[in-house]
Design a protein around this ligand. Structure first.
Ligand code: NAD
Length: 296
């Protein structure tokens, strides 16, 4: 039996949806029946994506603006409620990448990445979560990145993405059992952002155990976002879903390993614990597979 559309009747806000990954999420969730608020800092591209969705016979409205503005973020969520009668989903997709090595990175670039990627996610996420908790339903999808594990020239960008993963775990914990789910994706796609990183790609790849021969088209990621926003994902909360082309998996959560030393200790005892055990158990740096790192 054919299924109906998975997001019929839902109202969803997607930030940074004027191009790249966000635009494919907007098209996909609209085709699955959702009414979409298309946000982007670039008004023309937000308007174009909303018009395209409308022309395809689906519902969308453009709401251009900067997600790093706390007041704009609140207005964005309220616009969804005013326009479509509620807020069922939010995709915190807007993000910027300004890659640079330690020696070259500018303070302004680091601060702007924190503002857009992290503060933008916080501002939109909190405004939406408050509404969703009050109504007892909703789903938020944040956007992390493989760079949260650390990478060459991606320190500040990766730090914002690691923080977004932490935010996801914490929000998911607070929302659990209250009808609201919070997950994240760790996408991969050939977009304008990815192109801005090509200068460092060879160096980054040499440093990784996970190498991607080519970047997949952005559309590959959209069905995962639509799934996480839908009621079909009712049992999934607090996870970071890795989408690497056609390889779908979870990113493992940071965890604490069993202690090797307990109770009182001295500097000598600590040094011995490192010498005999911990130094040999260091986690590898960069992108790798958890089961391989654990020797499985
Ligand atoms: N492309 C990849 O391989 C990849 C990998 C991991 C994570 N991501 C993440 O996915 C998301 C989308 O990336 P993309 O590759 O499509 O990038 P992109 O640069 O192609 O598109 C990002 C969009 O966000 C908009 N935007 C930027 N700042 C904004 C702001 N302050 N307010 C509202 N909109 C704003 C831009 O105008 C643009 O339309 C980002 O969060 C990015 O960090 C991408």
């Amino acid at each position: 039996m054919a299924r109906g559309r998975s997001l019929e009747g839902k109202a969803i806000v997607i930030t940074g949806a004027g191009r790249g990954l966000g635009a494919t999420y907007a098209r996909c969730v609209a085709a699955e029946g959702a009414a979409v608020v298309v946000n982007d800092i670039d008004a023309a591209s937000a308007g174009a994506v909303a018009a395209e969705i409308q022309a395809a016979g689906n519902r969308a409205v453009a709401m251009p603006g900067d997600v790093a503005s706390w007041s704009f973020a609140a207005a964005l969520i309220e616009r969804c409620i005013d326009e479509f009668g509620g807020i069922d989903g939010l995709v915190n997709n807007a993000g910027i990448l300004r890659p640079a090595r330690i020696e070259d990175i500018a303070e302004a670039d680091m601060r702007r990445m924190i503002e857009v990627n992290l503060v933008g996610t916080m501002a939109c996420g909190l405004a939406a979560a408050k509404r969703m908790l009050a109504q007892g339903r909703g789903a938020i999808v944040n956007v992390a990145s493989g760079s949260q594990t650390g990478d060459i020239a991606l320190s500040a960008y990766g730090a914002t993405k690691g923080a977004i993963a932490s935010l996801t775990y914490a929000w998911a914990m607070e929302c659990a059992g209250r009808g609201v789910r919070v997950n994240a994706i760790s996408p991969l796609a050939d977009t304008d952002m990815a192109k801005s990183n090509t200068k460092f790609l060879a160096e980054q790849s040499a440093n990784r155990e996970v190498a991607y021969a080519s970047l997949p088209p952005p559309e590959t990621n959209a069905p995962v976002v639509a799934y996480l926003l839908s009621n079909r994902a009712v049992g999934v909360n607090g996870q970071v879903v890795r989408i690497a082309g056609r390889a779908l998996s979870f990113v493992t959560h940071p965890m604490i390993a069993s202690p090797v030393l307990d109770g009182e200790w001295t500097l000598d005892a600590v040094a011995e614990a490192f010498d005999t055990t911990l130094t040999g158990r260091q986690s590898p740096l960069g992108l790798t597979y958890a089961d391989r790192a654990a020797g499985r």
